[in-house]
Design a binder for this molecule. Structure first.
Ligand code: NAP
Length: 463
């Protein structure tokens, strides 16, 4: 039996429900907080009070790393989900069930069975604030989710057993989903694998599906990368292509098979917003485009990780003078990233009105390409398709490149574009579009699973 891990805020019933599951499935029950107290010979409030939260988290990480790998029910501390290393250990070969409850219910339960406060706020406000702060980590931790607000522990345990036995989609939902995938352009082998998972006789109901939503999206590197990461981290997931001209169709199928999430690509990054319950306040709301959707506990939350893919490789260039070539979808996230790094940005675009519109949105200068030579930037970011196979044109002339210029070409097919090649010859620092892909994918993986994948790992898997 795969290890069953319960996550959730205090007062959602992890210990009581865990014990019932343990007796129903006849496997041992482990409470990580109990292990910490037994191992240190001290109470958790005592460790918090005398040694601080950091020390507690370090002991907790050791305990999580030493948990048995199978045949056990584990109840975790409420803050465990915020540590990516914990999530890596807990997720391995496990099924994680997130327990949720409404704030009033949790408050009532905590009043009956008081625990040391986590903040100096009154109890109700503390629960609201902490749940809000950790909510995305809880969502990322969940393979399945169950609401315990109105159930007894026995009923909640029963609901979990049904989930583990049947999974979420009904037989007819799974058959309908297979019809959808068959009408797309999925090659034979992925289609057969998907069929095994969704409707095959050996079906494991706890295997979750997710994928890339786009039209077309057959070229996407994401299925190869994500499936390799699932193998590496022992996650019971399968990543596929949700390719259809109608986003409505894609969203219906994704919801009906209880997909864990979607990577969203062209042409749906704006359109998808209307299907979401919530969008990331920092990026997706400002950029107006979502490339990551996480489904959890009946909600669909949208994020944008593209801008982080541009931002991360440029962190050391805070305050630089930058030129952004292009004013389309990717340029919007790039402009947001460059401004977030407090750069002085000029947007140059073939169609000047579009450059002006984007520049006004983010407080940048703008113009057409012929003013490039007047700017002499520290950084140039290419957000046009120039250089992308089969168009092998270089967006800049050789004489526009100089040694102290950093060149970031967001085009990643081919990995070494004509612009990167010419810039290298001139002794410029160069960053290829693959770096953007790697960083945005790492962020996506973190939002989906709470695990921090090293950049080197991703680089190796897509090579
Ligand atoms: P988009 O919305 O269609 O925008 C394309 C931009 O490039 C527009 O500003 C357009 O100018 C300009 N442009 C197009 N052809 C041009 C030409 N021949 N000469 C001069 N300017 C031209 O496309 P996008 O979604 O932003 O994608 C842009 C590129 O980013 C893609 O081709 C892809 O290579 C790259 N990308 C990289 C990643 C990654 O992870 N590294 C992810 C996604 C995309 P007008 O406004 O005048 O039309």
């Amino acid at each position: 039996m795969r290890r069953i891990v319960l996550t959730g805020f205090r007062g959602t019933g992890k210990t009581g429900i865990g014990k019932i599951l343990s007796s129903r499935l006849n496997v041992p029950f482990i409470d990580t907080d109990d292990l910490i107290e037994a191992g240190t010979g001290r109470s958790i409030p005592d460790i918090f009070h005398y040694d601080g939260e950091e020390r507690f988290r370090s002991i907790e990480r050791e305990v999580i790393a030493s948990l048995p790998a199978a045949d056990v029910i584990v109840s975790t501390g409420g803050g465990v989900v915020c540590d990516p290393k914990n999530m890596e250990y807990l997720r391995s070969k496990s099924t994680i069930v997130l327990l949720v409850a409404d704030i009033d219910t949790i408050e009532q339960r905590l009043i009956k069975k008081p625990r040391p406060p986590l903040t100096s706020l009154p109890l109700h406000e503390e629960i609201a604030a902490m749940m809000d702060r950790r909510r995305r980590n809880y969502y990322a931790s969940a393979d399945f989710c169950t609401d315990t607000s109105e159930t007894t522990p026995v009923q909640a345990a029963e609901n979990i057993l049904v989930l583990l036995r049947n999974g979420v989609p009904t037989t007819s939902q799974r058959n309908t989903a297979m019809t959808f995938f068959r009408t797309g352009r999925l090659p034979e082998v992925p289609l057969r694998k998907l069929e095994d998972i969704l409707v095959g006789t050996q079906r494991d109901p706890t295997t979750r599906i997710m994928g890339v939503a786009g039209y077309p999206c057959a070229h996407s590197m994401s299925p190869k990368l994500f499936n390799a990461l699932f193998d590496h981290y022992h996650l019971n997931y399968h990543y596929t292509w949700f390719e259809d001209p109608e986003l409505d169709e894609i969203m219906n199928v994704a919801r009906s098979i209880d997909a864990k999430g979607l990577s969203v690509t062209i042409p749906f990054k704006q359109e998808v917003i209307q299907y979401l319950d919530e969008i990331d306040e920092h990026a997706a709301q400002q950029i107006g485009a979502v490339n990551t959707v996480v489904f959890s506990c009946g909600t669909a939350v949208g994020y944008n990780t593209d801008w982080l893919g541009v931002r991360k490789p440029l962190i050391s260039m805070k305050g630089a003078k930058a030129v952004l070539l292009g004013a389309g979808g990717v340029a919007t996230g790039a402009a947001y990233a460059l401004k977030d790094l407090e750069m002085e940005v000029t947007i140059l675009n073939r169609t000047p009105e579009k450059a002006k519109k984007l520049a006004e949105r983010f407080g940048c200068a703008w113009g057409t390409w012929d003013i490039f030579d007047q700017i002499r930037p520290d950084l140039v970011v290419n957000a046009t398709p120039l250089g992308m196979q089969p168009d092998t044109r270089n967006p800049l002339r050789e004489d526009q490149l100089y040694k102290d210029l950093t060149v970031f070409d967001l085009v990643y097919t081919p990995p070494v574009t004509p612009l990167i090649e010419a810039a290298r010859l001139k002794g410029c620092r160069t960053i290829s579009g693959t770096e953007m892909f790697i960083e945005q994918a790492r962020e996506q993986f973190y939002l989906f699973f709470g695990i921090d994948v090293p950049a080197e790992k991703v680089r190796g898997l897509i090579a």
